[in-house]
Design a protein around this ligand. Structure first.
Ligand code: PAJ
Length: 281
């Protein structure tokens, strides 16, 4: 396995790996790897011949008061894990390599970038779309693997790829959860024991909506109201949003008769967590 820090070397390695007709799969991450990330690597192994993983804590997707500087970093441990998984290339550039002084060009996916997390994290999805576009240009993967955990993120990437004719297939993999339902996240490491218990309210609220949906309720407002009730008893959790949206446009839907995404974000103590469920799935 090669650990690469420069764009020039990564591009050359990936081009030559593909030269014999092999399909290259990319798994973009910010590191501090967990089973959720590894599920993407394993899906990539099944669908492509050579795997590249990027590990880059991308500063442009963090707001000025967010956790960029304290975001967990564990490059050595991550590389050991990826080596065991059979990954060929790890791209781990420095911030200055990805954003040389004077860089002023951004990728903004209109409309979608301002929905769900984009509302409370202005600029977040612009940072995500920009870095993912750069990774696609550097690595030129045939397929790239994203988690359903970040449902708005993959909707935005799918739209970017369509609108800009990027020749990469976007594959979406299911959410990996702890046994009690908490979605795996690098940010779970911030939670103390009490917050870890409280964090279950996100999944509980989604299940509540799912149960009501299964009994035949299709009115979004009613599903949302019931789900929000779950938060009433959690004093150290602050709900950011609970929304039901179209999974592609991320626009709110009033009626859930066609496939709908229930998405939630909440602060557990100071830690912002997200989760979602496809109603009827
Ligand atoms: P990161 O949060 O490290 O996540 C990397 C990938 O792992 C994303 O596609 C995310 O959806 C997926 N993932 C995270 N938790 C998961 C879980 N519990 N189950 C399944 N998949 C999970 O998302 C990012 O990094 C960044 O925004 C990035 C795309 C790398 C751009 O900087």
């Amino acid at each position: 396995m090669k650990i690469v820090g420069t764009i020039a070397e990564m591009r050359a390695l990936c081009r030559s790996a593909k030269s014999g007709g092999k399909r290259l799969g990319l798994v973009p991450t910010m590191g501090a790897l967990h089973e959720g990330h590894l599920s993407l690597v394993r899906a990539a192994k099944e669908k492509t011949d050579v795997i590249a993983t990027s590990i880059f804590v991308n500063p442009t997707q963090f707001g000025p008061t967010e956790d960029f500087s304290r975001y967990p970093r564990a490059l050595e441990k991550d590389c050991a894990i990826l080596w065991r998984e059979g990954v060929e290339f790890v791209f781990a550039p420095a911030v200055e390599e990805m954003y040389p002084a004077g860089a002023v060009t951004w990728v903004t996916v209109g409309g979608l970038s301002d929905r769900l997390c984009g509302k409370s994290r202005p600029g977040h999805f612009r940072g995500v779309a920009t870095v993912v576009a750069k990774l696609f240009h550097i690595i030129e993967p045939d397929a790239a693997f994203f988690g359903q955990k970040d449902a708005a993120q993959h909707a935005i990437i799918r739209k970017m790829v369509r609108d800009l004719d990027m020749p990469v297939a976007i594959e979406v993999c299911p959410i990996v959860r702890e046994a009690d339902g908490l979605a795996l996240s690098s940010r779970n490491a911030y939670l103390n024991a009490e917050e870890r218990k409280s964090a279950l309210v996100l999944y509980r609220s989604l299940q509540c909506a799912q149960e009501l949906f299964r009994t035949g309720e299709r009115n979004s407002a009613k599903l949302i109201a019931a789900a929000r009730q779950e938060f009433a008893s959690e004093s150290n959790v602050r709900l950011d949003y609970f929304e039901i949206v179209n999974p592609d446009s991320l626009e709110p839907v009033l009626d859930t008769s066609s496939p709908s995404l229930a998405a939630v974000a909440a602060y557990v103590g100071n830690t912002r967590l997200i989760d979602n469920i496809v109603l009827g799935a």
